[in-house]
Design a protein around this ligand. Sequence first.
Ligand SMILES: Cc1ncc(COP(=O)(O)O)c(C=O)c1O
Length: 435
Amino acid sequence: MGVIELLGNTTLSSLCIDRPKPIWPFEGKQQSICSRGNRGLQTSISIMASSTVPAAAVNEKDDGEQLECLSKVSGDSFIRSHLRKLKPYQPILPFEVLSAQLGRKPEDIVKLDANENPYGPPPEVFEALGAMKFPYIYPDPESRRLRAALAEDSGLGSEYILAGCGADELIDLIMRCVLDPGDKIVDCPPTFTMYEFDAAVNGAFVVKVPRNSDFSLDVERIVQVVEQEKPKCIFLTSPNNPDGSIIGDDTLLKILDLPILVVLDEAYIEFSGIESKMQWVKKHENLIVLRTFSKRAGLAGLRVGYGAFPLSIIEYLWRAKQPYNVSVAAEVSACAALRNSAYLEKVKVALVQERERLFKLLKEVPFLNPFPSYSNFILCEVASGMDAKKLKEDLAKMGVMIRHYNNKELSGYVRVSVGKPEQTDALMKCLKCLS
Ligand SMILES: Cc1ncc(COP(=O)(O)O)c(C=O)c1O
């Protein structure tokens, strides 16, 4: 059974109430709120209808009293009600923090916790960054050079492509364009947690359809949920983070037949050996495909991702996106990376080979059950009485970072990113010490 989770306390009835609300002077200080008195009131349909801001109190008192009244208002009362209930996103420990804690150089930390590309970008990227002529000029809002390069790289016309500050930005942008408060999305956990997080930020409900025990999608249940709950969109990940499984064409086509917008996240597609579905957006009006330079080109720190969209959808993303979402540095880096496709291919082959070696080695560890992966990471069940969280902590003390999860479904698992051969060797040495 999928679980409908109400993220935040926004309810449908709280979304459509006609009620006067203060116009908050976003440009101003607290004094300017007080000095406006009654002029700061208008009638509107608002999702802030359930706000605890004391509009009536502001309305009735004179300016001096209002100032006193507002000074007692706690800052969080200005925050949208559904956001006040938001669980914070749990960021990973920055590796430089761990290296400082351990008294080691950052480069001596074996960082296998965030699926970055340990080879980094091709040398052309460093040259392009050093040769940047106009960092003081705003970037091209349409990222024309990058989109032209991506069109060549993907074979899809640049009019179908939009770039973003990482795929992360595009996930949020899609939700901002598609979801009205109270709309539903389908999420298939365990998967990338940003879908659930961004849905909560955008005031949407999350209908969860958990994956089968082999991490494949429960398609029957997805069909049922689409019929019953009428969600607006579904987020699918292939290969899926954290287990590395892929979605077959038949399954994808079945879901594309449903009356739902399908966002297919291909952040790790390069490691899978299967073709990207970017071209499919020409045939399927309800498909969006997301990609990133973070994994493929070792540019996670520069934040650049892209998506392929049907023309009927992309138009609205253009209207809603921040004009300068892709920085000058990000655009020149991504273009430079694409110019050295031989390097990108070499690094991909090295990571795929290392994944196979790592998988065999992890299989020999008595307390780990690794899952086969089509990506640049391997999920492992932690068995034989070993505690997954403690394993992660013990490895961190030895300078090896892997990912552990706080959520219930994955609390007994760890995920290990594929690194360079010497990083695999260091990990195995530490695991031996813990055996
Ligand atoms: C499935 C998935 N999608 C998207 C992203 C984020 O990509 P980006 O770095 O381009 O924001 C990640 C990052 O780990 C991911 O695992």
